[in-house]
Design a protein around this ligand. Sequence first.
Ligand SMILES: Cc1cc2nc3c(=O)[nH]c(=O)nc-3n(C[C@H](O)[C@H](O)[C@H](O)COP(=O)(O)O)c2cc1C
Length: 163
Amino acid sequence: MDCIEALKTRRSVRVYEDRPVSGKLLEEIVDCARLAPTAINIQPWDFVVVTDAETRRKIASIADHGKFIADAPVCVAVFCNNTKYYLEDGCAATTNLLNAAHAVGLGACWVAGDKKPYCEEICHLLGAPEGCQLISLLAVGYTQEKPTREKRSLDEVLHWERF
Ligand SMILES: Cc1cc2nc3c(=O)[nH]c(=O)nc-3n(C[C@H](O)[C@H](O)[C@H](O)COP(=O)(O)O)c2cc1C
């Protein structure tokens, strides 16, 4: 699948097959995440790949809109050091992860991290060092649903030269 097709067909997946994802594929999607653009190329991130079922259950019980993390074979937590553009940088890495997952045949869903009251609890659970910010939690696995979602049309959102 080429990049344009991946970007146009990716949708959030919240229901997964009960089958493991290879370490090689997980490395590949994290490799794509770490190549995302960052302000002054600071690359402030770390990625924690969680496959352990008990840890995923704990994450799912803490992150109130991410209950499906318990049933996904993998959860990837994206962290950034507290730099000026940590949130923009971490979100760029997160979208790379989502798109790379789709491109290699996996489904994924972004579960909110930054600004959520449970950030500290997740940081503690996953042993994040002091000052590390949770950006996002991604459920990842082989998809068991084919979601379609309404998107605003190009005509509606594209303006040439000015609004
Ligand atoms: C910052 C952010 C936070 C999100 N948090 C959650 C979440 O906590 N739980 C969830 O199920 N989906 C979450 N999503 C996924 C969105 O619901 C989803 O991207 C949106 O509905 C559009 O659907 P699509 O990804 O299929 O295009 C989040 C997405 C973003 C960008």
